[in-house]
Design a protein around this ligand. Structure first.
Ligand code: ADP
Ligand code: CIR
Length: 361
């Protein structure tokens, strides 16, 4: 028997309120609203993945937050298989990656073609950051992980990080017990994750906050590892200025080192497994904070260049934030089906084109 309709939106508190087929208001654009047909819903509504994460929880972020772009998080690696009728369509639509396609990684920084920018061009770039998301094999992802598992994961990551040497050597700081001033300063300086993201909140990623979360960083804060946020590891390399090659080289060295002591969740088709389907594959976002005051006034042209070079425009205080003082966050848009090297190259090519246009204007 098919279930009655349930109107989606912020009024829904938990998956227990999702007693019927979620119906979205006119104008909802999320991929969940596009692909969660009644047939798919009926097939999965009472199913759980291998780690006992319910289908309803995987879709609850999009059911609650009508402004979601995607609206779906995976509860574990298995969610991508057991809920494949929905997941495959999202992945094909977002990444143009079909069920038979393979993903190949390449983090060899020497293959990057990014000649240093001229000094007036480099001066437009405030800072450069590249991150990859990773999760450990043998555990559920953030929506499904238990408090105990989160602590186990944190201990494993801390142990791996304690083996770094040279410029990567650093210290781990647990979020639990961190004083407010230190925490707020780390967030303002763009080193630490923000709290209370409502998209993550809705699918259970913020449970038990701040227990089991933390941040490792080296003395210069040019290399950081976030632990147990949206993904179990976010490995981050960042510094002031425009030296993209140095940032990528450090990231690649660090990620390879962690992988040599910890096994990441990965498969041939999806690459590195992440809780958000947009991050699958490389889970890499290479960004610059860049001043483009003139180009930014020409919204359509700015967006057209971004589209042409496969880059995305964000505000400078993280996703869903706005620009401050004409500074934008420009990053690669693609994640899956291209290597890490190619994606950093996308970002370089995109900002090169934007800089050229800004100078003409
Ligand atoms: P991500 O998914 O890559 O972690 P967010 O957009 O949430 O994305 O950004 C996380 C944090 O990293 C934010 O504080 C943001 O300002 C900071 N950040 C991103 N790119 C840069 C950059 N190029 N320079 C400095 N900080 C950055
Ligand atoms: C959405 O669907 O809009 C949110 N769940 C965020 C999607 C972008 N992915 C991400 O930040 N990892």
């Amino acid at each position: 028997m098919s279930t009655p309709n349930v109107p989606c939106g912020l009024h829904l508190n938990s998956i227990d309120d999702l007693t019927g087929y979620p119906v979205f208001p006119e104008g909802t654009k999320s991929l969940l609203s596009k692909f969660n047909t009644r047939e798919i819903w009926e097939k999965y509504k009472d199913k759980r993945d291998a780690y006992n994460v319910p289908y309803k929880l995987c879709i609850f972020s999009g059911v609650k937050n009508l402004d979601s772009g995607i609206g779906v998080y995976a509860g574990s690696h298995d969610s991508y298989k057991v809920f494949s009728d929905l997941m495959d369509q999202i992945i094909a639509y977002y990444h143009k990656h079909k069920p038979e396609d393979k993903h190949v990684s390449d983090m060899d920084a020497s293959k990057l073609r990014c000649p240093p920018l001229m000094s007036d061009e480099a001066a437009m770039i405030v800072s450069t950051r590249i991150r990859v998301g990773r999760n450990l094999e043998g555990y559920p992802l953030a929506p499904g992980v238990t408090k105990e598992q989160r602590h186990e994961i944190m201990e494993k990551v801390v142990r791996a990080c304690s083996t770094f040497v040279g410029d990567l050597k650093g210290t781990f700081y647990a979020l639990e017990g961190m004083d407010e001033k230190t925490k707020n300063q780390l967030i303002a300086d763009h080193f630490l994750f923000k709290e209370g993201d409502r998209f993550l909140e809705a699918c259970g990623c913020n449970r038990d906050w701040p227990s089991g979360r933390g941040i490792f960083h080296n003395a210069d804060k040019t290399f950081l590892v976030w632990v147990n946020e949206e993904d179990q590891l976010r490995i981050i390399s960042m510094q002031k200025g425009a030296d993209i090659l140095a940032v990528f080289e450090r990231l690649s060295r660090a990620a390879n080192h962690i992988e040599s002591v910890a096994k990441f969740s990965h498969d041939e088709h999806l690459g590195y497994i992440t809780s958000c389907p947009t991050n699958l594959g490389t889970a890499l976002r290479a960004s610059v904070h860049i001043k483009l005051p003139k180009l930014a006034k020409r919204k359509d042209e700015f967006q057209a260049i971004a589209d042409k070079y496969y880059v995305q425009i964000r505000g400078i205080h993280g996703e869903h934030s706005g620009s401050v003082g004409g500074v934008y966050d420009i990053s690669n848009k693609r994640r899956l089906g291209r290597s890490e090297v190619q994606l950093v190259q996308d970002m370089y090519n995109g900002i090169k084109a934007m800089i050229t246009r800004e100078k003409e204007l």
